[in-house]
Design a protein around this ligand. Structure first.
Ligand code: ADP
Ligand code: MG
Length: 334
């Protein structure tokens, strides 16, 4: 059974960035206003995320890493109107099958923090011979999740990661996307052993400040705000995109559908085409696009490995969004 669980977990968490994305979304779901990430060896040695969210009740700790443990799905209707990121209760379970996992957490009503270690979905002693029960400890309100030695029991996978800096870059990419999207939340990322943050943004930072911190002043200076909605297709689009005065090396699309960071090659392709007649040859845009679509019409995260998203009336919605971007592009003096 453990082998099956391990294989399944390895399909959900393919690289450190996938573990990080799940943990980051959990921290956001918990209402955090400050999220700190610490990374060692591209997240393979250590991935630690500390938030100041509502924490986890001590009584919930024993089942925290069982599959389908989730506090986010209260009824079947919820499945159809997912406002929070998680609803499967598979992330922590998966991580516990392929890494050493430690959770330290404190809720507002608890007089101390509690720490628990997990292996293969269950509580496990911190050291052999000790009790597996959660232990009281000092700690602030919120949750710290520590993931060590990711893929330690899948040596082939582990060996496949040749460059920790590449994995770090992917982790940074996930964090900067959420940092742009989540106003009111402070983010910081640090490499283990380095004093300064690799990236940070304050809670009070505005949208354009966030884009500037994450993607540079050049992008931030040439941004246009756009937005459109349509009742017939049941969507609302808004965002920021570079104008025709500026191009980036590769198309950078930050796509959020119902507040989840997702990928859509259809959206990306359409946006590239939209910019083609505005940018010099070889130029590419930066586009941060938030789409709010009736949740029953979106097929988001049916399975965690499914990173590509599809929604109903994709062509019609994409056309309208691109038409809106085109209108805005045409307005800017070049
Ligand atoms: P899901 O997010 O799909 O519910 P997860 O495995 O990611 O499943 O998390 C399981 C549960 O653990 C969540 O539903 C939540 O109750 C709790 N949890 C996980 N991370 C945090 C966190 N950072 N702060 C508060 N609660 C958390
Ligand atoms: Mg989750």
């Amino acid at each position: 059974q453990d082998v099956v669980n391990k294989i399944a977990a390895g399909e959900i968490i393919v690289a450190p960035m996938h573990a990080l994305k799940e943990l980051l979304e959990n921290s956001v779901d918990a209402g955090s206003t400050a999220i700190e990430v610490l990374v060692k060896d591209g997240g393979l040695k250590l991935l630690q995320i500390t938030d100041n969210g509502h924490g986890i009740e001590k009584d919930d700790l024993p089942i925290l890493c069982e599959r389908f443990t989730t506090s986010k799905l209260k009824s079947f209707e919820d499945l159809m109107s997912i406002g929070t990121y998680g609803f499967r209760g598979e992330a922590l379970a998966s991580i516990s099958h392929i890494a050493h996992l430690r959770v330290t957490t404190r809720t507002a009503t608890s007089s101390c923090a509690w720490q628990a270690h997990y292996a293969d979905g269950k509580l496990t002693p911190a050291k052999p011979g000790q009790s597996a029960d959660p232990k009281p400890c000092a700690g602030r309100l919120g949750t710290q999740i520590t993931v060590e030695d990711l893929f330690y029991n899948i040596p082939n996978r582990r060996r496949a990661f040749r460059s920790p800096s590449e994995e770090y870059a992917k982790i940074l990419d996930v964090i900067t996307r959420y940092a742009v999207h989540r106003e009111g939340v402070a983010f910081s990322v640090k490499k283990y052993g380095e004093s300064g943050a690799g990236f940070s943004v304050a809670a009070a930072a505005t949208k354009t400040d966030r884009i500037k911190q994450a993607y540079g002043g050049g992008v931030a200076k040439e941004l246009m705000e756009f937005g459109t909605e349509d009742a017939k297709w049941g969507f609302k689009a808004s965002g920021y995109a570079t104008n025709a005065n500026y191009s980036v090396k590769r198309t950078t699309l930050l796509l959020f559908i119902n507040n989840r960071s997702v990928e859509s090659s259809a959206v990306k392709k359409a946006i590239e085409q939209t910019y083609q007649m505005f940018l010099p040859k070889g130029g590419h845009p930066f586009v941060y696009l938030c789409l709010d679509i009736d949740p029953t019409r979106v097929d988001v995260n049916v399975h965690p490995t499914k990173r590509e998203v599809h929604f109903l009336n994709e062509d019609e919605i994409i056309d309208l969004v691109c038409a809106n971007i085109r209108e805005n592009l045409a307005k800017v003096d070049t």
